[in-house]
Design a protein. Structure first.
Length: 298
């Protein structure tokens, strides 16, 4: 059985394009921009071609083209106009749409081609903040709405992580030049949301610091071990869902008491920081609301 999702409800199209189902129906009826298929019970459904066309129409509409004008264009003209826009203006919207199509089709080549096109115009930092972060936020919402399956999310996340590994490996070719801090990056036990931490690792290395990347589900004993070998450690903890809300403050307090010594710090980032009691923060324990905020401290 094919793993590619090749039919979509109108709600799926709404979730993937950002165009309300009501508006899609109006565009169909008034301008015939899409031709839905019908089930035996007369329920609309759409194929991948319709999804691609709607994503292109959405891009044109976002850039000021009226739907009445778009509807009169020959089908082959729509992709041509999209290419003109992305070459003359911003590639962000098109790239996000292309990555979503790659995800829906499990199409690695489309992902790679889109990524290389972006990287020819932008720095990796710009690609990450302008495209990958909005893309993953959208994907999270699509998963919650059951428009995509966990396999779609895993597929696209894996490819982004591969690119993070490649760009980080290049940065590692340069020896550390700053010795006032050593960064230890890790995720707490049972935490698996690693992409933000991987990006921070790249930024830290690019800033000239030595970075020790420990990855997922790191017990506190592993952090204790590092005190035997290094001074001036900054522990960077990325906490998205673990420890849970009721345990995040005791967790931070335990690190303060058992891990931190006079010359070390804990920097904590991730969605979970909103649950940290500010009274336990200090010069040695800092929280960051965004990746950009942490990077500015490097």
């Amino acid at each position: 059985m094919s793993s590619v999702k090749n039919t979509f409800t109108i709600k799926d199209l709404e979730n993937l394009s950002g165009i309300k189902a009501h508006t899609i129906r109006i565009w169909e009826k008034r301008y015939s921009v899409l031709e839905p298929m019908r089930t035996d019970t007369n329920i609309r459904f759409y194929d991948l071609h319709a999804l691609q066309k709607l994503l292109n129409i959405t891009l044109l509409h976002d850039y000021g083209y009226k739907i009445s004008k778009i509807s009169k264009l020959p089908s082959e003209k729509i992709p041509e106009l999209v290419l003109e826009i992305i070459s003359n203006k911003s590639a962000k919207s098109h790239a996000i749409s292309a990555f979503k199509m790659a995800m829906m089709n499990f199409d690695q080549k489309l992902f790679l081609d889109t990524y290389e096109a972006l990287l020819s115009e932008k720095s990796f930092r710009e690609v990450f903040f302008e495209v990958f972060i909005p893309l993953m936020e959208e994907i999270g919402l699509l998963w919650q709405a059951e428009t995509i399956s966990p396999s779609h999310e895993h597929f696209i996340s894996y490819l982004i992580k591969l690119k993070l590994l490649v760009i980080t490996e290049k940065a590692l070719n340069n020896k550390p030049i700053r010795e006032d801090k050593i960064f230890v990056l890790y995720l707490p036990m049972d935490e698996v949301h690693e992409m933000g931490l991987m990006y921070l690792n790249y930024e830290i290395i690019s800033s000239g610091y030595k970075s020790i990347y420990l990855g997922q589900s790191v017990p506190l004993d592993s952090l204790k071990d590092l005190k035997k070998y290094f001074n001036n450690i900054v522990y960077v903890c990325y906490s998205t869902v673990e420890p849970i809300k009721t345990k995040i403050n005791p967790y931070v307090q335990e690190i303060k008491e058992q891990i931190l010594v006079e010359d070390s710090q804990l920097w904590i980032i991730g969605r979970n920081v909103q649950n940290i009691d500010t009274t336990i923060l200090s010069e040695s324990v800092r929280k960051f609301d965004t990746i950009s905020e942490l990077i500015s401290e490097l």
